[in-house]
Design a binder for this molecule. Structure first.
Ligand code: SAJ
Length: 439
């Protein structure tokens, strides 16, 4: 039966979103806003209670108001217990296993599959959104088959399958999730073309971008490739910055000039690559083709090496100016967000705090207190103005807008190590590379 026909017969479908994290919760809220009844499922009682109060446990622009509205209207409800629905969206974490070899841990996806399997009925659609290694959608199908051998599943049973199964990766940018959930194009990878068609019809109810049908393996790989592409290109920029440092040159000036070429677009160097996707997903490709991925593996090494480089350079600066206090500007993994997990800035600043103790001031307008690893170091969280008044060395780790706006007059006499290139007007003699050149 076609999706439209079922809608006409049974009215609007009910959607169950499994996993209410950074992707699952905004997705559930956006679908609920489009007039569809949504059940959000999570293993955490605390998260479920928070959402059912109309509150949120994560930070994302405008998400609080949206969740409050859809919970109040009754369109979104959270629970720890699975219920029958017509469409299931799995958005659970796919971390690394704890084997130190970057092996993907699919246990959350498989647990979600087994849970969904218990309530599946003919006509339902199961969609995996979690970033996953190639082959995971079929593994999810097999996990369902193990629980419900009588169901006709795509690619397993002869004749028309009773359940549609597809992989539809999210590609939203933290900080712009609500907008990008609607506007971005989506790859809809069905286990069969009919699965892609059914899943695509569902997404078209709330996505303005184009929903492009493909097979599940291609959609799985596409998601990994997008983030690996970015990682490789950031690695190039980071390597250039290390070369420029060694040669006492301004990498930002070189990139600005090179990018005037019509076919060159070099990304921005930084203190390393953070977040939960770009530094992780390339390993899922490596996992599937270890001997065929020298470039992807090297890029990971270059970007992780940049963190060590920044620590070494900032330490040199602090050691060369023992009388000065050192301000680390930013802890977040990127600009204008309050997410400090997997953040190179946080790692750099914590290492400097351990090395230089009471000389270190941390400025992070998005933090109320310092993370736990700063305990006992003597480093203090201070306001930007206080750091500018008391510190002679500034290490820029995050390109928050508030840092960009610091006028030249407030920093012209400081020694600056600007890992993000936010202050191009800083006098060359007052930049970290001057130390190298002179030495
Ligand atoms: N970064 C640089 N230089 C750059 C760009 C980024 O050093 O030129 C750093 C950032 O500072 C940060 C990290 O890379 O530490 C990642 O930041 P990001 O803003 O590029 O990406 P994420 O991790 O927030 O989100 C990415 C996005 N993927 C792509 O742009 C290809 C997003 O669209 C994905 O949905 C998301 O990963 C995800 O969930 O996979």
């Amino acid at each position: 039966m076609s999706e439209e026909l079922r809608m006409r017969e049974h009215g609007t479908p009910k959607v169950c979103v499994v996993g209410l994290g950074y992707i699952g919760l905004p997705t559930a809220a956006v679908i609920a806003r489009s007039g569809i009844e949504v059940l959000g499922l999570d293993v955490s009682e605390k998260i479920v209670e928070t959402i059912n109060r109309g509150e949120i446990h994560i930070e994302e622009v405008d998400l609080d108001g949206l969740v409050q509205a859809v919970v109040r209207s009754g369109a979104l409800r959270a629970s720890t217990r699975i219920e029958p629905a017509e469409i299931f969206i799995v958005a659970v974490p796919t971390p690394f296993a704890k084997d130190g070899r970057h092996t993907p841990d699919l246990s959350y996806v498989m647990a979600a599959a087994r849970s969904v399997a218990t309530v599946l009925k003919p006509g339902d659609i199961v969609i995996l959104e979690s970033t996953s290694p190639v082959g995971t959608t079929k593994a999810l199908r097999d996990a369902i088959a193990a629980v419900r051998p009588e169901l006709k599943l795509p690619g397993l049973a002869l004749g028309e399958p009773e359940i549609a199964i597809a992989y539809c990766p999210e590609r939203v940018l933290p900080g712009r999730i609500l907008q990008e959930l609607i506007d971005n194009d989506r790859s809809i990878g069905g286990i069969t073309p009919a699965c892609a068609e059914k899943a695509g019809q569902f997404y078209k109810r709330f996505v303005r971008g184009e929903c492009v049908a493909t097979d599940a393996r291609s959609a799985e790989m596409t998601k990994l490739v997008e983030n690996a592409y970015r990682d490789v290109n950031i690695a190039f920029a980071n390597e250039l910055s290390i070369v420029a440092d060694a040669m006492g040159m301004d990498v930002w000036e070189v990139i600005r000039l090179a990018n005037r070429h019509p076919r060159v677009n070099i990304l921005n160097p930084g203190p390393g690559v953070g977040g939960h996707c770009i530094a992780v997903d390339p390993w899922f490709i490596v996992h599937g083709a270890e001997g065929e991925t020298p470039l992807i593996q090297t890029a990971r090494g270059v970007n992780d090496g940049k963190i060590r480089h920044v620590i070494a350079r900032a330490s040199e600066l602090a050691e060369a100016h023992p009388g000065e206090k050192v301000a680390c500007l930013g802890l977040a993994f990127k600009a204008n967000i309050d997410d400090f997990r997997e953040s190179p800035a946080r790692l750099v600043a914590a290492t400097l705090a351990r090395k230089f103790g009471e000389r270190v001031r941390i400025v992070e307008p998005y933090a109320k207190e310092l993370p736990i690893e700063y305990g006992g170091t003597g480093a203090r969280l201070v306001e930007l103005e206080a750091a500018l008044a008391s510190c002679g060395v500034l290490v820029v780790l995050v390109d928050h807008d508030v840092f960009r706006r610091v006028p030249l007059a407030a920093r012209a006499d400081k020694l600056v190590y600007d890992t993000r290139g936010i202050w191009p007007d800083q006098p060359a003699a007052r930049q970290a590379r001057a130390l190298r050149k002179a030495g």
